[in-house]
Design a protein around this ligand. Sequence first.
Ligand SMILES: Nc1nc2c(ncn2[C@@H]2O[C@H](COP(=O)(O)O[C@H]3[C@@H](O)[C@H](n4cnc5c(=O)[nH]c(N)nc54)O[C@@H]3COP(=O)(O)O)[C@@H](O)[C@H]2O)c(=O)[nH]1
Length: 508
Amino acid sequence: MVSSDDEIGQLGEKFNFMLEQIQRRDTALGKELVERKRAEIQLDHIAHYDSVTGLPNRHFFNRHTIELDRKFNQQGANFALLFIDLDNFKYVNDTFGHRVGDLLLVAVAERLQNALRTRDLVVRLGGDEFSVLLDDPKELELALRLAHKMLTVMSEPFNCENHEFIISASIGLAMMPQHAGRFDELLSCADAAMYAAKALGKNNVQVWTPEMSQRTVQRFTIESGLRKAIENGELEVYYQPIMHLADNRVAGMEALLRWKHPVLGFVSPVEFIPVAEESHLIVSIGNWVLQQACTQAKLWEQRFGQLFIAVNVSARQFRDPGFADNVERIVRETGCPPHVLELEVTETMLMSQTSETMKILDDLSGRGFQLSLDDFGTGYSSLAYLKRFPINKLKIDRSFVSDLPHDVDDAAIAQVIVSLSNHMGMKVVAEGIETPEQADFLRQLGCTYGQGFLFSQPLPAPRFEQFAQANLRPESASGVAPRMGPGVPVEIRPEVIPCPDSVIKHIA
Ligand SMILES: Nc1nc2c(ncn2[C@@H]2O[C@H](COP(=O)(O)O[C@H]3[C@@H](O)[C@H](n4cnc5c(=O)[nH]c(N)nc54)O[C@@H]3COP(=O)(O)O)[C@@H](O)[C@H]2O)c(=O)[nH]1
């Protein structure tokens, strides 16, 4: 009870003080709530938007498609999904660093957004993968037109930090309801179609078909199988002889990987090498092949004298920062002389980022390894590069050999490649020789080496030994006379068939 004015005054003051405290706490609470809300919005943004490009990310896409699935079930609507994967983006990151890679991604995101209507949704799914959800495209033709527009906008050069990049994309297209009844299905259809676009040489658009999804399942089977293939002992290196064309004697061999899958049986390298490349497994598999090939080369050096051994190097291995050190370690551990080892790279691998490529090639060459240019003639490489790169050998692609000697264009190409390599001090190997006529024609051109089914298929190591014993130059084994084996697997006709006049005229 309040008994005097003073007491009332004191009480009043206390009351006012409490009121102030409450108001202050209210304000602080209000501020805290605002902060908390802001933090929630920020967290939501971080969780659902990509920090590099600012585009919605995969989580956003998943949440959004749950709503769209509901809309689709209630009202029915058309959707088209483009799955866009940039071609060879990894090279940009590896060569110019992630900062430049990020700038390029930002520029790509801007281009995609600018080329579309505001109601279409562009999402960065991760890495170099984007998706575009076209709202109600009415028909496939319109979606396809937009997909091609995406390719066109991407084909214009990008400029990031004074570097000009010309990139391309592989695009998969799937429609709802034609191809899928739910958005998760739509995404996997578009993904499978994108893989089909990659398999067809990149820089194109593919519309989903059921076979593409079967291939995706197969691809996953291959990838998961490959992960265990080395430890399960399912991989084996075969060796295809490479012959001196002058006398049809063994000069060396190419190591070619074989995989026997426990269920699928023999899987062709044409199928599993690209999967190994995409999944990065090629680095460990490639090291394993090098290890096997160098071990074998060392053993055969003691037995047959020096035969060179060519090993295929994939683009991803070649650009791996530890590649040269790894090769050096392997030759040291196996005792294989470095100059016996030939690393086969393809023209397409050398055509991009030439200054970086030059450094890698110089490094490998400086460590004493031979470098051979595989599939020569298919990659439209500049002859100027050829002069600058430390290449020791050219391999004429099989496609120029198969129609020899009758196809005058192929004959002229083979002639030019042989004379070019002779002038530049390089050796030359013709691949895919299947007939004696092809061998004779190439021999007459002055081509040093030949490889192909005429001489032998790729062979497991014990059968290669038999072949080598039967087809070795007498002086090859340093001081050791070659032990002649039980027989030559493939008959080699020694006589020379004259080059047709028409071909000689054409070449002249
Ligand atoms: N990065 C790696 N790539 C590898 C490795 N092992 C193989 N490969 C690559 O896979 C592709 C297919 O190889 P493969 O099925 O082994 O085919 C080779 C030969 O069998 C074939 N060949 C040889 N002679 C003939 C012939 O007369 N006719 C004919 N139709 N085919 C023939 O050519 C393939 C060798 O080609 P190349 O490498 O260009 O010399 C192939 O691209 C391999 O490179 C590996 O370990 N790593």
